[in-house]
Design a protein around this ligand. Structure first.
Ligand SMILES: [Mn+2]
Length: 349
Protein backbone atom coordinates (compact mmCIF):
# COMPACT_ATOMS: atom_id res chain seq x y z
CA UNK A 1 0.00 0.00 0.00
CA UNK A 2 1.39 3.35 -1.00
CA UNK A 3 0.57 6.29 1.23
CA UNK A 4 -0.34 8.82 -1.44
CA UNK A 5 -3.12 11.01 -2.75
CA UNK A 6 -5.93 9.08 -4.42
CA UNK A 7 -8.49 11.86 -4.91
CA UNK A 8 -8.64 15.66 -5.07
CA UNK A 9 -9.23 18.38 -2.51
CA UNK A 10 -12.25 19.47 -4.58
CA UNK A 11 -13.77 15.99 -4.37
CA UNK A 12 -13.27 15.91 -0.59
CA UNK A 13 -14.82 19.38 -0.31
CA UNK A 14 -17.89 18.12 -2.20
CA UNK A 15 -18.19 15.17 0.18
CA UNK A 16 -18.03 17.52 3.16
CA UNK A 17 -20.61 19.91 1.74
CA UNK A 18 -22.93 17.00 1.03
CA UNK A 19 -22.60 15.40 4.47
CA UNK A 20 -25.20 15.55 7.25
CA UNK A 21 -23.03 14.96 10.29
CA UNK A 22 -19.23 15.01 10.25
CA UNK A 23 -16.72 13.81 12.82
CA UNK A 24 -13.17 15.20 12.64
CA UNK A 25 -10.26 13.53 14.40
CA UNK A 26 -6.47 13.60 14.39
CA UNK A 27 -3.44 11.95 15.95
CA UNK A 28 -3.38 11.21 19.64
CA UNK A 29 -1.68 13.83 21.80
CA UNK A 30 -2.62 16.55 19.32
CA UNK A 31 -0.16 19.36 18.66
CA UNK A 32 -0.94 22.83 17.33
CA UNK A 33 -1.27 21.65 13.74
CA UNK A 34 -3.51 18.74 14.71
CA UNK A 35 -5.83 20.89 16.82
CA UNK A 36 -5.76 23.73 14.30
CA UNK A 37 -6.70 21.25 11.56
CA UNK A 38 -9.59 19.77 13.57
CA UNK A 39 -10.93 23.22 14.46
CA UNK A 40 -10.60 24.50 10.88
CA UNK A 41 -12.53 21.57 9.35
CA UNK A 42 -15.26 21.67 12.01
CA UNK A 43 -15.67 25.43 11.55
CA UNK A 44 -15.68 25.16 7.74
CA UNK A 45 -18.45 22.53 7.96
CA UNK A 46 -20.45 24.73 10.30
CA UNK A 47 -20.01 27.65 7.89
CA UNK A 48 -21.80 25.66 5.17
CA UNK A 49 -24.51 24.39 7.51
CA UNK A 50 -23.12 20.89 8.06
CA UNK A 51 -23.16 19.61 11.66
CA UNK A 52 -19.63 18.75 12.76
CA UNK A 53 -17.67 17.97 15.88
CA UNK A 54 -14.09 17.19 16.76
CA UNK A 55 -13.03 14.09 18.74
CA UNK A 56 -9.44 14.09 19.95
CA UNK A 57 -7.48 11.72 22.15
CA UNK A 58 -5.71 13.52 25.00
CA UNK A 59 -3.31 14.57 26.42
CA UNK A 60 -3.88 17.97 24.85
CA UNK A 61 -2.16 21.05 26.14
CA UNK A 62 -4.31 23.71 27.74
CA UNK A 63 -2.86 26.45 25.56
CA UNK A 64 -4.31 24.62 22.53
CA UNK A 65 -7.67 23.98 24.18
CA UNK A 66 -7.99 27.72 24.75
CA UNK A 67 -8.63 28.09 21.01
CA UNK A 68 -11.65 25.81 20.94
CA UNK A 69 -14.01 28.53 22.07
CA UNK A 70 -17.58 27.49 21.31
CA UNK A 71 -16.47 24.89 18.72
CA UNK A 72 -17.52 21.40 19.83
CA UNK A 73 -14.50 19.24 20.57
CA UNK A 74 -14.82 16.07 22.66
CA UNK A 75 -11.66 15.00 24.48
CA UNK A 76 -11.10 11.28 24.92
CA UNK A 77 -9.11 10.19 27.98
CA UNK A 78 -6.77 7.44 26.66
CA UNK A 79 -6.79 5.73 30.08
CA UNK A 80 -10.59 5.39 30.03
CA UNK A 81 -11.41 5.66 26.34
CA UNK A 82 -14.92 6.17 25.16
CA UNK A 83 -15.61 5.93 21.47
CA UNK A 84 -17.69 8.44 19.53
CA UNK A 85 -21.43 8.10 19.98
CA UNK A 86 -23.94 8.93 17.30
CA UNK A 87 -24.31 8.47 13.61
CA UNK A 88 -21.70 10.17 11.46
CA UNK A 89 -21.99 9.84 7.71
CA UNK A 90 -18.50 11.26 7.10
CA UNK A 91 -15.32 11.01 9.16
CA UNK A 92 -12.29 13.19 8.52
CA UNK A 93 -8.79 12.30 9.73
CA UNK A 94 -6.37 15.22 9.62
CA UNK A 95 -2.60 15.61 10.15
CA UNK A 96 -1.97 11.85 10.25
CA UNK A 97 -2.70 8.70 8.30
CA UNK A 98 -0.90 6.28 10.61
CA UNK A 99 -2.72 3.64 12.67
CA UNK A 100 -0.02 3.91 15.35
CA UNK A 101 -1.11 7.49 16.01
CA UNK A 102 -4.79 6.58 16.18
CA UNK A 103 -4.71 3.53 18.46
CA UNK A 104 -7.63 4.44 20.73
CA UNK A 105 -10.05 5.32 17.94
CA UNK A 106 -8.71 2.82 15.37
CA UNK A 107 -11.29 0.04 15.95
CA UNK A 108 -14.10 2.58 15.58
CA UNK A 109 -12.54 3.95 12.36
CA UNK A 110 -11.98 0.47 10.87
CA UNK A 111 -15.68 -0.33 11.27
CA UNK A 112 -16.50 2.74 9.18
CA UNK A 113 -13.61 2.55 6.70
CA UNK A 114 -15.69 3.50 3.64
CA UNK A 115 -16.77 6.76 5.31
CA UNK A 116 -13.28 7.94 6.28
CA UNK A 117 -11.50 10.66 4.30
CA UNK A 118 -8.05 12.04 5.06
CA UNK A 119 -5.97 15.18 4.61
CA UNK A 120 -2.33 14.97 5.63
CA UNK A 121 1.16 16.28 4.94
CA UNK A 122 3.24 13.41 6.37
CA UNK A 123 5.40 11.12 4.25
CA UNK A 124 4.39 7.93 6.04
CA UNK A 125 0.94 6.55 6.67
CA UNK A 126 -1.47 3.66 6.26
CA UNK A 127 -4.84 2.91 4.69
CA UNK A 128 -6.74 4.80 7.43
CA UNK A 129 -8.68 6.95 4.96
CA UNK A 130 -10.39 5.42 1.92
CA UNK A 131 -10.09 8.71 0.06
CA UNK A 132 -7.19 10.99 0.90
CA UNK A 133 -5.01 13.88 -0.14
CA UNK A 134 -1.42 13.68 1.09
CA UNK A 135 0.74 16.69 0.26
CA UNK A 136 4.20 16.58 1.82
CA UNK A 137 5.04 19.92 0.22
CA UNK A 138 2.74 21.66 2.74
CA UNK A 139 4.50 23.17 5.76
CA UNK A 140 1.53 22.22 7.94
CA UNK A 141 -1.65 20.23 7.52
CA UNK A 142 -3.52 23.50 7.89
CA UNK A 143 -1.68 24.81 4.79
CA UNK A 144 -3.35 22.00 2.86
CA UNK A 145 -6.67 22.79 4.54
CA UNK A 146 -6.57 26.33 3.16
CA UNK A 147 -7.23 24.64 -0.20
CA UNK A 148 -10.07 22.64 1.31
CA UNK A 149 -11.68 25.76 2.81
CA UNK A 150 -11.40 27.49 -0.58
CA UNK A 151 -12.93 24.47 -2.34
CA UNK A 152 -15.79 24.48 0.19
CA UNK A 153 -16.33 28.15 -0.74
CA UNK A 154 -15.92 29.26 2.84
CA UNK A 155 -14.41 32.63 3.75
CA UNK A 156 -11.16 32.34 5.75
CA UNK A 157 -12.44 34.89 8.23
CA UNK A 158 -15.70 33.00 8.75
CA UNK A 159 -16.64 32.10 12.28
CA UNK A 160 -15.20 35.29 13.81
CA UNK A 161 -16.89 35.95 17.10
CA UNK A 162 -14.40 38.01 19.03
CA UNK A 163 -11.95 39.98 16.89
CA UNK A 164 -10.98 36.86 14.95
CA UNK A 165 -10.46 34.78 18.06
CA UNK A 166 -12.56 31.83 16.93
CA UNK A 167 -12.17 32.09 13.19
CA UNK A 168 -11.13 29.50 10.64
CA UNK A 169 -8.12 31.69 9.81
CA UNK A 170 -6.98 31.53 13.42
CA UNK A 171 -7.20 27.73 13.48
CA UNK A 172 -5.24 27.54 10.23
CA UNK A 173 -2.62 29.97 11.54
CA UNK A 174 -2.22 27.93 14.72
CA UNK A 175 -1.15 24.91 12.67
CA UNK A 176 1.01 26.90 10.28
CA UNK A 177 2.85 28.83 12.99
CA UNK A 178 3.48 25.88 15.29
CA UNK A 179 4.51 23.33 12.62
CA UNK A 180 7.01 25.80 11.14
CA UNK A 181 8.40 26.78 14.56
CA UNK A 182 6.97 30.26 14.14
CA UNK A 183 8.33 30.43 10.59
CA UNK A 184 11.90 29.50 11.54
CA UNK A 185 12.07 25.86 10.33
CA UNK A 186 13.06 25.02 6.72
CA UNK A 187 9.44 24.14 5.95
CA UNK A 188 8.67 27.89 6.24
CA UNK A 189 9.17 28.86 2.60
CA UNK A 190 7.80 31.71 0.51
CA UNK A 191 4.51 29.85 0.18
CA UNK A 192 4.07 29.57 3.96
CA UNK A 193 4.82 33.28 4.44
CA UNK A 194 2.29 34.11 1.72
CA UNK A 195 -0.24 31.97 3.47
CA UNK A 196 0.52 33.66 6.78
CA UNK A 197 -0.04 37.04 5.13
CA UNK A 198 -3.44 35.89 3.85
CA UNK A 199 -4.42 34.66 7.30
CA UNK A 200 -3.31 37.90 8.96
CA UNK A 201 -5.37 39.81 6.39
CA UNK A 202 -8.32 37.60 7.36
CA UNK A 203 -8.11 38.87 10.93
CA UNK A 204 -5.61 36.70 12.82
CA UNK A 205 -4.07 38.49 15.82
CA UNK A 206 -0.58 36.94 15.65
CA UNK A 207 0.70 38.61 18.82
CA UNK A 208 -2.18 37.35 20.92
CA UNK A 209 -1.75 33.90 19.39
CA UNK A 210 1.97 33.82 20.15
CA UNK A 211 1.38 34.80 23.75
CA UNK A 212 -1.38 32.24 24.22
CA UNK A 213 0.54 29.41 22.54
CA UNK A 214 4.12 30.07 23.66
CA UNK A 215 4.05 32.26 26.77
CA UNK A 216 1.35 30.72 28.90
CA UNK A 217 3.10 27.76 30.51
CA UNK A 218 3.17 26.85 34.18
CA UNK A 219 6.22 27.11 36.44
CA UNK A 220 6.12 23.31 36.83
CA UNK A 221 6.95 22.98 33.15
CA UNK A 222 10.10 25.09 33.52
CA UNK A 223 11.16 22.90 36.46
CA UNK A 224 10.66 19.84 34.25
CA UNK A 225 12.76 21.47 31.53
CA UNK A 226 15.52 22.01 34.09
CA UNK A 227 15.41 18.25 34.86
CA UNK A 228 15.66 17.43 31.18
CA UNK A 229 18.61 19.79 30.70
CA UNK A 230 20.42 18.32 33.69
CA UNK A 231 20.26 14.93 31.93
CA UNK A 232 21.72 16.34 28.70
CA UNK A 233 24.46 14.30 27.04
CA UNK A 234 26.10 14.49 23.66
CA UNK A 235 26.52 11.57 21.27
CA UNK A 236 28.78 11.57 18.22
CA UNK A 237 26.69 10.49 15.22
CA UNK A 238 28.12 8.04 12.70
CA UNK A 239 28.90 9.16 9.15
CA UNK A 240 26.01 6.96 7.99
CA UNK A 241 23.59 9.11 10.01
CA UNK A 242 25.22 12.30 8.79
CA UNK A 243 27.86 12.93 11.44
CA UNK A 244 28.01 15.69 14.00
CA UNK A 245 26.69 15.82 17.52
CA UNK A 246 23.33 14.64 18.76
CA UNK A 247 21.86 15.82 22.05
CA UNK A 248 20.09 13.25 24.20
CA UNK A 249 17.91 14.03 27.22
CA UNK A 250 15.67 11.84 29.33
CA UNK A 251 12.82 12.35 31.78
CA UNK A 252 11.85 9.64 34.24
CA UNK A 253 8.49 9.24 35.98
CA UNK A 254 9.97 10.71 39.18
CA UNK A 255 10.84 13.93 37.31
CA UNK A 256 7.11 14.44 36.81
CA UNK A 257 6.05 13.54 40.35
CA UNK A 258 8.80 15.64 41.94
CA UNK A 259 8.19 18.76 39.84
CA UNK A 260 4.41 18.41 39.57
CA UNK A 261 4.65 18.74 35.79
CA UNK A 262 2.31 16.88 33.45
CA UNK A 263 3.30 14.58 30.62
CA UNK A 264 1.96 16.96 27.97
CA UNK A 265 4.21 19.69 29.37
CA UNK A 266 7.22 17.99 27.75
CA UNK A 267 6.13 19.58 24.44
CA UNK A 268 8.91 21.77 23.03
CA UNK A 269 11.58 20.73 25.54
CA UNK A 270 13.32 18.63 22.87
CA UNK A 271 14.09 21.80 20.92
CA UNK A 272 16.22 23.48 23.60
CA UNK A 273 19.59 21.75 22.88
CA UNK A 274 19.29 22.79 19.22
CA UNK A 275 20.44 26.23 20.42
CA UNK A 276 23.93 24.70 20.68
CA UNK A 277 25.96 25.28 17.50
CA UNK A 278 27.48 21.81 17.32
CA UNK A 279 24.18 19.98 17.91
CA UNK A 280 22.57 18.73 14.68
CA UNK A 281 19.74 16.74 16.18
CA UNK A 282 18.06 16.37 19.55
CA UNK A 283 16.32 13.40 21.10
CA UNK A 284 14.14 13.39 24.22
CA UNK A 285 13.10 10.09 25.80
CA UNK A 286 10.25 10.24 28.29
CA UNK A 287 8.96 7.58 30.65
CA UNK A 288 5.16 7.44 30.49
CA UNK A 289 4.52 5.36 33.59
CA UNK A 290 0.72 5.42 33.23
CA UNK A 291 0.85 4.01 29.70
CA UNK A 292 3.79 1.71 30.43
CA UNK A 293 5.78 3.04 27.48
CA UNK A 294 8.81 5.19 26.74
CA UNK A 295 8.19 7.98 24.26
CA UNK A 296 10.80 9.42 21.92
CA UNK A 297 10.85 12.85 20.29
CA UNK A 298 13.34 13.69 17.55
CA UNK A 299 14.28 17.05 16.06
CA UNK A 300 17.00 18.08 13.64
CA UNK A 301 18.27 21.27 12.08
CA UNK A 302 20.20 21.89 8.87
CA UNK A 303 23.96 21.76 9.30
CA UNK A 304 26.33 24.48 8.19
CA UNK A 305 26.74 25.50 4.58
CA UNK A 306 25.26 22.41 2.87
CA UNK A 307 22.02 22.78 4.83
CA UNK A 308 21.57 19.03 5.11
CA UNK A 309 19.60 17.35 7.86
CA UNK A 310 20.05 14.29 9.92
CA UNK A 311 16.90 12.47 8.80
CA UNK A 312 15.06 11.96 12.09
CA UNK A 313 12.07 10.50 10.25
CA UNK A 314 14.33 7.60 9.32
CA UNK A 315 15.78 7.46 12.83
CA UNK A 316 12.30 7.39 14.39
CA UNK A 317 11.25 4.63 11.97
CA UNK A 318 13.89 2.39 13.56
CA UNK A 319 11.87 2.75 16.77
CA UNK A 320 8.55 2.07 15.07
CA UNK A 321 7.65 5.73 14.65
CA UNK A 322 7.91 8.44 12.02
CA UNK A 323 7.12 12.01 11.10
CA UNK A 324 9.15 14.47 9.09
CA UNK A 325 12.83 14.82 8.16
CA UNK A 326 13.24 17.47 10.88
CA UNK A 327 10.67 16.35 13.48
CA UNK A 328 9.50 12.86 14.37
CA UNK A 329 8.31 10.69 17.24
CA UNK A 330 8.12 7.08 18.35
CA UNK A 331 7.01 4.90 21.24
CA UNK A 332 8.64 1.81 22.74
CA UNK A 333 7.43 -0.80 25.22
CA UNK A 334 10.76 -0.79 27.02
CA UNK A 335 12.32 0.87 30.06
CA UNK A 336 13.66 4.41 29.84
CA UNK A 337 17.32 3.45 30.25
CA UNK A 338 17.07 0.69 27.64
CA UNK A 339 15.51 3.06 25.12
CA UNK A 340 18.14 5.74 25.79
CA UNK A 341 20.87 3.12 25.27
CA UNK A 342 19.20 2.01 22.02
CA UNK A 343 19.14 5.62 20.78
CA UNK A 344 22.87 5.96 21.48
CA UNK A 345 23.54 2.70 19.63
CA UNK A 346 21.38 3.76 16.65
CA UNK A 347 23.07 7.14 16.39
CA UNK A 348 26.57 5.65 16.55
CA UNK A 349 25.97 2.84 14.06
MN1 LIG B 1 1.44 18.63 11.13
Amino acid sequence: MQYATNTTVDALARELRGARRVLVTTHQKPDGDAMGSVLAVVRACEAVGVAAEGWVVDPCEGNLRAFEGPTKVVHIDPRAPRLPEGDFDLIVVVDTGAWTQLEVIAPWLRERADRVIGLDHHARGDDVAARRVVDVSCGSCTALLVELVRAMEVDLGAGSRDAGRFSIAEALYMGLATDTGWFRFPNARAREFELAARLLAAGVDKNAMYQQLEQSSRAERMLLQARALSSLQFVQASAAIGGGQIALMSLAARDFTETGALLEETAGIVNTPMEIASVRASVLVVEDAAAGVTKLSFRSKPAGSDGRFIDVNELAARFGGGGHVHAAGAKQRAALDAVAAAVIAAVRS
